[in-house]
Design a protein around this ligand. Structure first.
Ligand code: AP5
Ligand code: MG
Ligand code: ZN
Length: 216
């Protein structure tokens, strides 16, 4: 099962991806998590990406295309994968299609989580993220069992640098301008399924499972 989880910042891509990994046993490929790990480790890639990320801008396409090419070659992707946060531009989508056509593993479905802007801002401003496994929590909507600590791995929870108010507004603008047009791109291919991302976390997951019964 080769999937794309699509949607604006704060739509719940990461939250749902973690639940899907547990159920279907295929990996989550979050380009945001990969970039943040590079920033944390101070790699050359991380140093180059940080300035874009802190402002809420997209990191250049050629960097992302390189990351995805390498990641999809890993053996854990053989049975399928969940792309979370990629593609975000038309060149990224074209590069992905070329790559997957080459290995005869097309995308089965694009799950598009729809959430209005006001709610996205509320979600992002209350988000806490695990510095070890990348799990997302929310101070009100999805608090960890123990304050400041990840339920699943015991990692420390932190607020993302790009979850500050100035960067959040820019991320929403960047999404609308550069990423949202991909909704039509995948709709034209006949593989887009739009889901109500405003439901609670478990209800959204039920809806995802219902869509995926024919692929799993
Ligand atoms: P990335 O890490 O991908 O961030 P994003 O797309 O902005 O998405 P988020 O991670 O903010 O949201 P999410 O949908 O995962 O929501 P979550 O599940 O956490 O990218 C970060 C940066 O990296 C980019 O700005 C860019 O600079 C760079 N980058 C990454 N990929 C790139 C690419 N392909 N090209 C170029 N640059 C790239 O949930 C959010 C909150 O809501 C949490 O608090 C959660 O607990 C809560 N929540 C989730 N679901 C619900 C629900 N149903 N009800 C109530 N609360 C909920
Ligand atoms: Mg995320
Ligand atoms: Zn964790």
């Amino acid at each position: 099962m080769n999937l794309i989880l699509f949607g604006p910042p704060g739509a719940g891509k990461g939250t749902q991806a973690k639940k899907m990994v547990d159920l279907y046993g295929i990996p989550q490929i979050s380009t945001g998590d990969i970039l943040r790990a590079n920033v944390r480790e101070g790699t050359e890639l991380g140093l180059a990406a940080k300035a874009y990320m802190d402002k809420g801008e997209l990191v250049p396409d050629e960097v992302l295309i390189g990351i995805i090419k390498n990641r999809l070659k890993e053996p854990d992707c053989e049975k399928g994968f969940i792309l979370d946060g990629y593609p975000r531009t038309k060149p990224q989508a074209d590069a992905l299609a070329a790559l997957l056509d080459g290995i005869n593993k097309p995308i089965d479905v694009v799950l598009n989580l729809e959430v209005p802007d006001e709610e996205l801002v509320e979600r992002i401003s209350g988000r806490l993220m695990c510095n070890n496994c990348g799990a997302s929590y929310h101070r009100t909507f999805n608090p960890p069992k123990k304050e400041g600590v990840c339920d699943t791995c015991g990692g420390e929870l932190f607020q993302r640098a790009d979850d500050r108010e100035e960067a959040v507004q820019n991320r929403l603008n960047v999404y609308k301008k550069q990423t949202q047009p991909l909704i039509d791109y995948y709709a034209e291919k006949g593989i887009l399924v739009t889901l109500e991302g405003t439901k609670d976390i478990n209800e959204v997951f039920e809806d995802i499972k219902a869509v995926l019964t024919k692929f799993a």
